[in-house]
Structures are given as C-alpha cells and as structure tokens.
Design a protein around this ligand. Structure first.
Ligand SMILES: [Zn+2]
Length: 473
C-alpha cells in the first residue's frame, strides 16, 4: 500500500484566440461538421452557468462563434445554413479540464507524454480546453499546443503549465530540483519566455522558493497552483498561491509535529487528516483561509477512486484504449489494491468528497480535473467524464458539477468572456450528448459531436483512432 501511496504522491500530480485556422488533412479526417453556418435545433440547453436546462433550444454557429441562441422557432435561421435536428440531445459547453496532464505513468515509474492519444481523447470527450497542471516534457507540451493552434493536430485549447517547480527530495530524474529562490525566479521567467501559461509547485518546494515563483508568475499575470507537501494549505494561501490541487487528501498541515519546509510521510499525513471531522475547527479554519485568500481547489476524484478497493475498475471501453503493457500494469495494480487490508483510502475518499462540498458551501471555487496518473487507469477524456460523475456522487447536482467543470475553469483562466458557458458571442465550443446529463450525469459518456471554434469533431472517430495506444503514444 505504501508503495502505491508514494506513486500517487510522486505524481498524482494562454488559451488561443480562435481565428479560423486551415486544418491539415490529418485533422480534417476527424471533422464531421464544418459549415460556414451551422444550426443546432431542438437541443436541451445546459449552459454551464448552473441555470436549469432549457428544452427545445436552437443555437446558430457562425464564424466559429455562437451567433444566436434561444427558443426554437424564435431564432432566425440564416439562409443556406446547415441545419441539424438534435431532438433527444443535450448541448453543453466544452469542458475546461484543470488537472489534465499530457503525460501518463509508464510501467517502470517514469512519466511520458502521450502526444498522439491524449490530445485526441480530450477533444473526443468534449474537453475543449485543458490546463496541463505540471509538465514532465514541457517542450513537447508546448509543441503540441502550437501544432493544435496551427490546425496540424486534433486536440483541445491548451494552457501549457511549465515544468514542475520542485525542491530537493523527489526521487524522480525527470524533475529539476530548485536550488533556492533565485532559481525559482529564473525558472519561472525562462518558461514564461518559452510560452508557459501557468505554473505548478510540488511536494518538496520551500516557502522561499514558492514565494519567489508566485511573485515572478504574478508579475506576468500568470497563476501558480500546487500539489504541496512541505507547505501546508494555510501557509500556501498566505504566500499568495492561486489554486491547490487534490484537496484535503494532500494537505499535510494536520500532521502532528509538522516541521516548516519539511514533507512528512504522506501515508502518515493522510492518516492524521483522517482523524479530524470536516466540520472541526482546524479544517473549517483552513477552508475559511482559502476562501478569504481566493484560493481555488482542483478536485481530482478519479485518480483517488482507483485506490479504493470497493470502487469499480475502469470500464472495458477504457481498457481497450490502453496498450497491452499499460493494461497489464493497471490490472496488477488493481489486484494489489483489492488485497490491501488496512487502506486509508476508503475513508479518505469519502472525506475528500465531503471536504469539497464544504469548501464550495463556504464560498470556495472548485475546479475539476482527472489527473491521469496514479495506478494508470485514469485516461484523458474518460477520466474527465468520471470526474463529473464523482462530483455528483459527492453531493453536487449534475448542473453544479457541469458548472464546476466548465465555467469555473474558464473564470479561473480569465477566459470566461470566450469559453466556459453557452451564450451569444462566445466561441462555439459545444458538446452534443445523447440524453440528459442535467438529470443523469452518466449520460455525459454519450458524447457524439464536439464543436471547437465552430468545427464539429466526430467523437467516436477520434477514440477509435487511438485504441491500444495509451501507454505508448
Ligand atoms: Zn497531477
């Protein structure tokens, strides 16, 4: 169990302005709808703001944007438009995945980008924008972002997070260990000059290094998030961090005898946090501190779910996407977890859900991601769907869960004027789903067509194109 915990803690963890781009033939092969004017008629509208779903709506897409939206019959249909009767379908905003790495844990313990499969799978699932939230191969991430923007690759809009900002102590050769606050400043400045759109601090960073990184990023109006261990949540809020990944599960400040700038044993820290009631004063004080400092929290329930023995394995549909090696590694990990007797995860998982509800109730901004790491079954796109389902398991309504996974992320990225909800004038990033995810959140898995900047991509084609590739490419 401890080995598994270490794996999680080791790596559990500017959007383009859409001008009309010429798509390369390789991308065009995934396009189902690309008309000057497209009209989506008779859809159930879930606009991403948390408002009630509206039946029988019509959306006019023109020039990559939502030109009009309203009751069917009252919206004027331009002559020559490509009209689609979507009775039985829901339209929701393209999801904004906020812990959506491009890398995956390779069997053997390193983390490699999945440059072919992951961008396609995010798009296929309706995740039209991602923040990569820590990079193992920052140049690869940045090149993928450029290729997508140039129409050479199918994939989501990207906020490419720089390489992990980590202190000394992480046993992973892929990550640079900062050598003090000057190094933190220099690293942040350099990666901004290369195109990084955000930063993520990691387990062993010191307070001085984190402060220097935050100051440098903020000078450029960029944000810093963290999956911290040496620094507690309240300390990080005081230092000016903008977001914290994973939630209570990784907050070490409740560990008895926690020393400043020191990462305690994560298993022991989890057990210590488990002893406190969510409504107890210490945890409520942390929540209030985050809310007062406008620190968001990113929910990543799918990566944790797979550590819980009683929780379901990933579906067959997702297993098919994995390479043989990755599938075997995942199944071996699940078999080991099934045998673990005294796992802290069943309790921690339900308490994490409780924490996230309590944080939102107190006025906190919750963001959504999947974190495709852990034991390896958490896959781009599919994991984003699972996050929505788990938010509903946690007690949010489907409409709240969709808002968390769309508009909240867009606002955090400062992109809410363009993406994150469905309204006239916004980019036409629209997911078409058979069914009513506003009632049954698992209908989110029925994505058929995903519009990004008004171009409609065939979800099934994108998924079929990467079967057996995850773990390799
Ligand atoms: Zn992660």
């Amino acid at each position: 169990m401890r080995r598994i915990l270490i794996v999680t803690f080791v790596f559990c963890c500017s959007i383009i302005s859409a001008t009309q781009t010429q798509l390369a033939p390789a991308v065009k092969g995934f396009v189902k709808v690309d008309s000057p004017v497209t009209v989506l008629e008779h859809v159930l509208l879930i606009d991403g703001t948390g408002a009630a779903a509206k039946p029988d709506q019509t959306i006019v897409i023109s020039g990559g944007k939502i030109a009009a939206i309203g009751n069917s019959g009252s919206v004027q249909i331009p002559a020559g438009a490509n009209r689609m009767d979507l009775t039985g379908y829901s339209a929701l905003p393209g999801l904004v995945g906020m812990h959506d790495h491009l890398f995956y844990p390779a069997p053997g313990g390193l983390y490699h980008d999945m440059p072919v499969s992951f961008p396609r799978l995010y798009l296929a699932a309706g995740v039209t924008t991602i923040r990569t939230t820590g990079s193992m191969e920052p140049y690869t991430d940045l090149e993928i972002k450029k290729a997508i923007e140039a129409g050479k690759m199918a994939g989501p809009k990207m906020n490419a997070t720089g390489p992990y900002l980590e202190g000394k102590g992480l046993p992973l050769v892929q990550v640079h260990a900062l050598d003090g606050p000057e190094d933190a400043t220099r690293t942040v400045e350099y990666w901004i000059s290369e195109g990084a759109g955000s930063f993520k601090a990691y387990n062993f960073i010191t307070r001085a290094e984190l402060k220097a990184a935050i100051d440098a990023a903020h000078r450029h109006h960029l944000t810093v998030t963290g999956h911290l261990c040496s620094i507690g949540f309240k300390e990080a809020a005081e230092l000016g961090i903008d977001d914290l990944e994973h939630g209570l599960t990784v907050d070490t400040e409740f560990f008895p005898g926690k020393q400043p700038d020191t990462c305690p044993n994560p298993t022991q820290a989890v057990i210590a946090a488990n002893k406190l009631d969510i409504n107890s004063e210490p945890i409520q004080t942390t929540i209030r501190t985050l809310v007062d400092h406008h620190v968001a929290v990113t929910s990543t329930l799918p990566v944790f779910e797979q550590f819980v023995p009683s929780r379901p394995d990933i579906p067959a549909r997702v297993l098919e996407i994995l390479s043989e090696d990755a599938r075997k590694a995942y199944q071996a990990n699940r078999a080991r977890i099934a045998q673990s007797k005294e796992s802290p995860w069943p309790v921690m998982f339900s308490r994490e859900m409780e924490f996230e509800r309590s944080f939102v109730k107190a006025g906190g901004v919750l963001l959504a991601g999947l974190d495709p790491t852990g034991i390896g079954g958490i896959i781009a796109g599919f994991g984003d769907w699972r996050e929505l389902e788990l938010l509903v398991d946690a007690g949010f309504t489907p409409l709240e869960a969709i808002q968390i996974a769309s508009l909240n992320g867009a606002k955090f990225l400062g992109e809410q004027d363009h993406i994150g909800s469905l309204a006239q004038g916004k980019q036409a990033d629209i997911v078409l789903v058979k069914g009513e995810p506003s009632k049954n959140i698992s209908d989110i898995e029925n994505v058929e067509l995903v519009f990004k900047d008004g171009v409609g991509y065939d979800s099934k084609k994108l998924i079929d194109s990467v079967k057996g590739l995850v773990g390799t490419l």
